[in-house]
Ligand binder design. Structure first.
Ligand SMILES: [Zn+2]
Ligand SMILES: [Zn+2]
Length: 249
C-alpha cells in the first residue's frame, strides 16, 4: 500500500475548505473572484465623445455622426464604427500582457469575467471575425488571443464566428513602431479566405493601438465584398495628451 502523502492531502483538504477565495490576479488580495472589487473599479471605461476610431475628442459634443480626429479626416477608416469598452491602462495592461506574452491562461478567465456584462454594440452584425495572428506567432505563443476572445464573444453574443481572414505575412512585432511603419508592415498583410459578400461583420481584437491592423483587416473584408465592418476591441490605447492634441489638430 503506498504511503499517504499527508502534506499533499492537507493541502487538498484545506484547498477545498478555503477554495471560495483566490488571490486577486492583480493585487494578490483574497477575493471571491479572479479580480477583486478594488481592482475592478480601477479599470477605466472609454467614454465619449469619440472619433470613429475610438479616439477621445475632447471638447466635441455627442453629435451623430461623431466628429472625426485629424487622422480620420485625412484618411477615413474603412470600418463604419469601432468600440472599445475599456482604456488600455493600469491595471488592465498588466493583465493583458500576462495573458498575451506569458501565456497565463488564468487571465483569460478573468477577462471573461469582464466580458460577461458587455453587450454587442451593433445588433445588425451577421458574423464575428477575429483579427488573426500569423501562424508563426501563434505557434510561438501557443495560442491566438484574438481568436480565443472572439470564440468567447461568439458564445456570449450568439453570433457565428467566421474564420474569414488569414495573415499572409509575419509582420514584425508592432510594439514600439511609428504609425507609418506599422501601416507599411501591414500592407497586404491579410487575405480573405471565405465568401463575405453582403455580410455585416464585427472584427474582434484584444487591443487597438493605432488602429492600423483594424484598418488593414477591414479594408481586406470590404474589398472582398463585405457590406459593412465594425471593430470591437477589449481595450483602446490612448496617446499622451499632447499627442492627442496633435492628432486632432
Ligand atoms: Zn485586486
Ligand atoms: Zn479617428
Amino acid at each position: 500500500m503506498p504511503a499517504v502523502n499527508w502534506k499533499a492531502a492537507t493541502k487538498v483538504y484545506c484547498g477545498s475548505f478555503f477554495n471560495q477565495f483566490y488571490p486577486c490576479l492583480l493585487c494578490g488580495k483574497k477575493s471571491r473572484t479572479l479580480l477583486c472589487p478594488h481592482c475592478m473599479v480601477l479599470l477605466t471605461p472609454l467614454q465619449g465623445p469619440l472619433c470613429r476610431c475610438s479616439l477621445p475628442m475632447p471638447g466635441a459634443d455627442n453629435s451623430q455622426p461623431p466628429p472625426l480626429c485629424g487622422r480620420c479626416v485625412r484618411r477615413p477608416p474603412p470600418f463604419a464604427a469601432s468600440h472599445s469598452p475599456l482604456i488600455y491602462s493600469h491595471p488592465l495592461d498588466r493583465l493583458i500582457q500576462r495573458y498575451k506574452h506569458h501565456g497565463d491562461l488564468v487571465c483569460e478567465n478573468a477577462l471573461e469575467q469582464l466580458l460577461a456584462g458587455m453587450p454587442l454594440p451593433w445588433p445588425d452584425t451577421d458574423v464575428l471575425c477575429a483579427v488573426p495572428a500569423h501562424w508563426r506567432r501563434r505557434w510561438w505563443r501557443g495560442f491566438d488571443q484574438s481568436q480565443r476572445l472572439a470564440t468567447r464573444l461568439s458564445l456570449l453574443w450568439q453570433r457565428p464566428l467566421l474564420p474569414a481572414l488569414l495573415r499572409q505575412h509575419a509582420t514584425a512585432s508592432q510594439q514600439g513602431l511609428k504609425r507609418t511603419q506599422r501601416e507599411r508592415n501591414l500592407r497586404r498583410a491579410f487575405q480573405c479566405v471565405t465568401p463575405v459578400t453582403g455580410l455585416t461583420i464585427t472584427l474582434i481584437d484584444d487591443v487597438m493601438t493605432t488602429g492600423s491592423s483594424a484598418r488593414a483587416a477591414s479594408r481586406t473584408l470590404i474589398d472582398a465584398g463585405a457590406h459593412q465592418v465594425h471593430v470591437w476591441t477589449l481595450a483602446r490605447t490612448l496617446p499622451h495628451k499632447h499627442t492627442l492634441d496633435a492628432h486632432n489638430g
